[in-house]
Design a protein around this ligand. Structure first.
Ligand code: GLU
Length: 600
């Protein structure tokens, strides 16, 4: 274990170290791929993504005069080449943008939609939910992709560069190929069985029938052609052959002859694909210890749940920094997250289909009610029930608790800033690593399986109704791209993949930065825990066994090692003042990310 890890593993003992600026952050891990910088400080613009090629694509667009929106879309398109199992043209996501000219935060909901033919019982058979694994690798779970409309809308509304130029670096990268790194090979190997069942996927990602070697070059000329067509014609390509191919692949996923896998057909039609629109929404906003936190409103539960948890923390420990550090900070955040998750599971879904009480969930009065449950010296037995929407700030008996949701652990997050002061925080996904497993033949991208984020049925306690499938509906997400303003100016941008752990990761990075005063690189690198209204709190191995864990266990918390070994993969940035930007990526998780600035 590197010395840095042992110093940060226990928050209380390590608090002093965590507070010292970035110095404790190690060099990037050896990924087997191109060079990576977890931190870059400079001016003129910045991009941070999980991947060096994608960061470079964004930087190229900034360098040729594009703004942060153009750079974010260019980087996202490049991720479709180099991180195709986490996001891409066949998926969806949420785009949060600070527009310097108007001083406003704008958001785009580019979440996939259910086919028009999808009903409430789509994932039931004889009244019982179908096996989750069968939903994961199916046509049934494929929603109409929202990413093409997100890219087009963002670039044409807020960007300054023609879409064709924004798509150019990614198209070139797809043509020339990228060097396979260890993370890519591992993700391919973990999916090799199901990829082998889809000839178009196997042809692309299992060259010669096996995962590509680390260091080999992987090309995707079909995707290059898709990107060039999209660059020229925008989402009009979805009205034509590409849209038709998406619908056909989802409706009848082309399976290898002799495959024994049950691959359920989907319901997507060319009209569903061509008719998709990205929705501009008012951001979910809360004030927290003197700063303003802007996140994604429903259909994502990201902004409402991070915001509610922050409000509860401020109720539990008022003041401009709350005085929270180490074990006390973690205890407060875990308990606030637990309470906020109960409300998320009970009340949040697509607002076009049910009345989502966003204003109540984000109100200080509701936080005061929820904080009645909180105690500084004991732990709430989970699962806790949701709050009473009508009780205002009065203490109220919680309702019946909902079952925890299942969600994938894939997805990707990126941030960008430019010299004009615009900032982007963008999370995008195809849901599970490798999405539905099915590649659109001849088009070079995987289809999402985002509709597995619906609740398949209402639970015994009555929860889940807000998130049942329906015609044209968006499944509830946890994606939480976030921008923080201080004194009305952008200060931080942060986000992460990780399914429902996205929310707790964003909460942890924000509170370590804002409450404990950790540097942003330290807040990103520090060991993560995730409490989502279950009895045990998931923790990364580096957290377990430290003195903070012991202190919290004595209080009544119980921790379990997270199965995948790590939680999330953050990218973030901080505006340091005097036009200086600090761009931050993971030093180690998922093989490390890459942060860059225009001028060092
Ligand atoms: N589908 C998940 C969501 O929208 C994200 C999946 C992930 O992060 O892996 O919340």
């Amino acid at each position: 274990m590197v010395p840095w890890k042992s110093t940060v593993r226990c928050g209380v003992a390590a608090a002093a170290l965590v507070l010292t600026a970035g110095a404790a952050v190690p060099a990037a891990a050896d990924s087997g791929g191109p060079h990576r910088d977890p931190v870059a400080v400079g001016s003129g613009g910045a991009v941070s993504t999980v991947d060096p090629d994608a960061t470079r694509a964004g930087m190229e667009v900034l360098r040729s005069g594009g703004n942060a929106v153009d750079a974010a879309v260019a980087a996202a398109a490049a991720l479709g080449v180099t991180e195709p199992y986490s996001s891409g043209f066949g998926g969806g996501g949420y785009f949060v943008y600070y527009d310097a000219e108007s001083g406003r935060v704008r958001t785009l909901d580019g979440r996939e939609t259910a086919p028009a033919a999808m009903g409430e019982d789509a994932f039931l058979e004889d009244g019982e939910p179908i096996p989750f694994d069968e939903a994961v690798t199916s046509g049934l779970s494929v929603g109409a992709p929202g990413t093409p409309a997100t890219w087009e809308t963002a670039v044409r509304t807020w960007g300054t560069t023609p879409l064709s130029e924004v798509m150019r670096p990614a198209a070139r990268l797809a043509d020339r190929g990228f060097r396979v790194d260890r993370t890519f090979r591992e993700q391919t190997a973990a999916n090799a069985d199901r990829f082998a069942d889809f000839p178009a996927t196997a042809e692309l990602y299992l060259p010669g029938g096996a995962p590509p070697e680390v260091g080999s070059r992987l090309r995707n000329p079909d995707l290059a052609a898709t990107y060039r067509a999209f660059g020229k014609r925008g989402t009009r390509v979805l009205d034509g052959a590409i849209g038709g191919d998406i619908a056909r692949t989802a409706a009848e996923p082309p399976v290898a002859p002799g495959s024994e896998r049950t691959v359920r057909p989907g319901l997507l039609t060319p009209d569903d694909v061509a008719g998709y629109t990205a929705v501009e929404r008012e951001p979910a906003k809360v004030g927290y210890r003197g700063v303003d936190v802007y996140g994604m409103a429903p259909s994502s539960s990201g902004g409402s749940t991070v915001g509610e948890a922050l409000n509860i923390m401020e109720e539990a420990a008022p003041g401009t920094d709350g005085g929270l550090r180490g074990a006390e900070l973690r205890h407060t955040a875990l308990e606030a997250g637990k309470l906020a998750f109960a409300d998320r599971n009970a009340y949040v879904g697509d607002p076009a289909f049910s009345d989502v009480p966003l204003d109540t969930l984000l109100s200080p009065a509701f936080a005061a009610q929820r904080a009645c449950e909180f105690a500084a010296d004991s732990v709430l037995p989970a699962p806790v029930g949701p709050g009473d929407l009508d009780a205002g700030g009065e203490c109220a008996e919680p309702g019946a608790a909902a079952a925890p949701a299942r969600e994938g652990l894939s997805t990707t997050h990126l941030v960008a800033a430019d010299r004009w002061g615009n900032v982007v925080s963008y999370t995008l996904s195809i849901e599970q690593t490798g999405g539905s497993g099915s590649t659109v033949p001849g088009r070079g991208f995987l289809l999402n399986n985002e509709l597995t984020d619906f609740d398949f049925q209402v639970s015994d306690t009555g929860a889940g109704a807000a998130n049942l499938p329906a015609s044209g509906k968006r499944p509830r997400s946890s994606m939480a791209p976030t921008i923080v303003l201080r004194d009305g100016e952008p200060w931080l941008a942060v986000g992460s993949p990780g399914g429902a752990t996205i929310i707790t990761t964003v909460l942890q990075v924000l509170t370590e930065r804002v409450d404990a005063g950790a540097s942003l690189p330290d807040a990103v690198a520090s060991p993560r825990t995730s409490q989502r209204n279950t009895e045990a709190t998931e923790a990364e191995p580096d957290y377990l066994g430290g003195s903070e864990e012991k202190e919290l266990t004595a209080l009544g918390h119980s921790f379990t090692e997270v199965q995948s070994g790590e939680i999330g993969a953050v990218t973030a940035l901080e505006l340091l003042g005097r036009s200086r930007i600090q761009a931050v990526a993971e030093p180690e998780r998922r093989g490390g990310g890459h942060a860059a600035v225009l001028r060092r």
